[in-house]
Write a protein that binds this ligand. Structure first.
Ligand code: URA
Length: 207
């Protein structure tokens, strides 16, 4: 399914703020929130709608409503920072959680939490992770989400590199990846360069 970079001046501006080393935890979190909302607005263009009959103060008319249930699945922990911004636009979205961490020595994904809504099989699922680096965590999360029955899945990331995109495209060709920016490369510790550092630490102020 490939990938798409959302080239939008507001997203680029806010992402530049997030990238700066001296940006505070508060500003990092607020900008992540806002970018996630802007991305969801763009992505949700392809959501299906259905007609319903309603009554305005003036007449009965047929108008559109969302036809699909939407489920957000943040990959813990940095993905949590994208939930509120999207939920502000899609307040009825259900939320699942996937816990995957990157083993710092082997770089393999380790699963530690998996709680997904029961209705996931028929839902439109947005998997949230700010950073798409090697793609190992994303692939592990997508395996877990598909094992629960999900079929219609988008992977929503802030910053990615081609290595991660190719790894996900190879293992999950049916999943479209949507990014706010495509960066240069990974460094020797698999951090994205220029990137924004450790998204979880910056979001939660843990370092
Ligand atoms: N995860 C992060 O938080 N940052 C990176 O650069 C890569 C993975």
């Amino acid at each position: 399914m490939g990938y798409k970079v959302l080239d939008h001046p507001l997203i680029s501006h806010k992402l530049t703020i997030m990238r700066k080393e001296d940006t505070s935890t508060k500003d990092f979190r607020e900008n992540l929130d806002e970018i996630a909302g802007l991305m969801a607005y763009e992505i949700s263009r392809d959501l299906e709608t259905e007609d319903i009959e309603i009554k305005t103060p003036l007449k009965v008319t047929t108008k559109k409503k969302l036809a699909e249930e939407i489920i957000l699945v943040p990959i813990l922990r940095a993905g949590l920072g994208m939930v509120d911004g999207i939920r502000a636009l899609i307040p009825n979205a259900k939320i699942g959680h996937i816990g995957v961490y990157r083993d710092e020595e082997t770089f393999e994904a380790k699963e530690y939490f998996n709680k997904l809504p029961e209705s996931i099989a028929d839902a439109y699922v947005m998997v949230l992770d700010p950073m798409l680096a090697t793609g190992v965590s994303a692939n592990a999360a997508l395996d877990m989400i598909k094992a629960a029955g999900a079929k219609k899945i988008k992977l929503v990331c802030l910053v990615g590199v081609m290595q991660g995109i190719e790894a996900v495209n190879k293992k999950h060709p049916d999943v479209e990846i949507v990014l706010a920016a495509l960066d240069e490369k990974l460094d020797e510790n698999n951090y994205i360069v220029p990137g924004l550092g450790d998204a979880g630490d910056r979001l939660f102020g843990t370092k």
